[in-house]
Design a protein around this ligand. Structure first.
Ligand SMILES: N[C@@H](CCC[C@H](N)C(=O)O)C(=O)O
Length: 263
């Protein structure tokens, strides 16, 4: 069976998009199909899959990690998802765009090639330990719809090759966790690496950048509405935690290919 796909990325966090507006093409979307699509040698390659579904008269982002697992939210993915709808004439970039996710509705706004997403209200839930071979850090649990453990480190290289998931407390993170390693670059400016639950180390993570910004702002005692720049191997995002307790993430998105696949 052939079906259409697109390939896109946000700060090099890359995705296979599957237009499936009425849900009839992919049904329950078998995890094995997600793994095959995301395979970087035998498939198209990606950190995850974004299935484009219509639901209740709006749009639903059905996000899957490259191992086939589900997540509540994907910050880079939702910018790519919104750009796809605009490029296909399915959304008006002069108007706010609502996209439903497993973490509820997110609102996107478009300004040239920059897309801002209202990511909602973060929760800062305390500290526990994360570790890689030879290093253990205290990490702050920040939930931005999906779970993150944010560890401030002396050097991003300390995290090592990140071939395996960092160890974490399964009592704190029963569904697994995305782990961010962060260094300071300057005032309101940090850099991070991430090991994503279900995808391994990626070039960027939008929800991770939001969690990092929140942890940094708490540590700094920063006033609300202060913008932080969060650098990642794949590019930078701008994040603001507003006075009304919402996190706004701004960054780019690109669609790089379209085609059909038999995978
Ligand atoms: N890369 C994404 C996050 C994808 C989901 C994550 N791996 C999880 O399992 O929670 C982003 O840009 O936010």
């Amino acid at each position: 069976m052939s079906y259409p796909f697109l390939k896109g990325h946000g700060t090099e966090n890359d995705f296979v998009l599957l237009p499936d507006h009425d849900g009839t093409v992919h049904g329950d979307l078998d995890p094995a199909r997600v793994r095959a699509l995301c395979d970087r040698r035998a498939g198209i390659g990606g950190d995850g899959v974004l299935r484009v579904l219509r639901r209740d008269g709006g749009w639903f982002m059905d996000y899957r990690n490259s191992d086939g697992s589900l997540s509540e939210m994907c910050g880079n993915g939702i910018r790519v998802f919104g750009l796809h709808l605009v490029q296909e004439g399915l959304a008006d970039p002069t108007q706010p765009l609502e996209v439903d996710t497993r973490d509820g509705i997110k609102v996107l706004t478009f300004d040239g090639d920059r897309i801002t997403v209202d990511m909602g209200t973060p929760q800062v839930l305390g500290d526990s330990e994360v570790a890689v071979p030879g290093h253990t850090w205290t990490a702050t649990h920040v939930d931005v719809g999906n779970p993150h453990a944010v560890a401030f480190v002396d050097d991003l290289a300390e995290a090592g090759p990140l071939l395996d998931a960092p160890t974490h407390d399964p009592g704190v993170y029963p569904g697994g966790v995305n782990v961010e390693f962060v260094v300071r670059r300057g005032p309101q400016h940090v850099a991070m690496r991430v090991h994503e639950r279900g995808s391994g180390e990626t070039r960027a993570c939008g929800t991770g950048a939001c969690a990092v910004m929140v942890a940094a702002a708490v540590a700094d005692g920063a006033p609300r509405d202060t913008a932080y720049r969060v650098d990642q191997p794949g590019g930078s995002l701008s994040i603001i935690w507003t006075a009304d307790d919402r996190v706004l993430m701004t960054g780019p998105a690109q669609i790089v290919a379209r085609g059909t696949t038999d995978l």
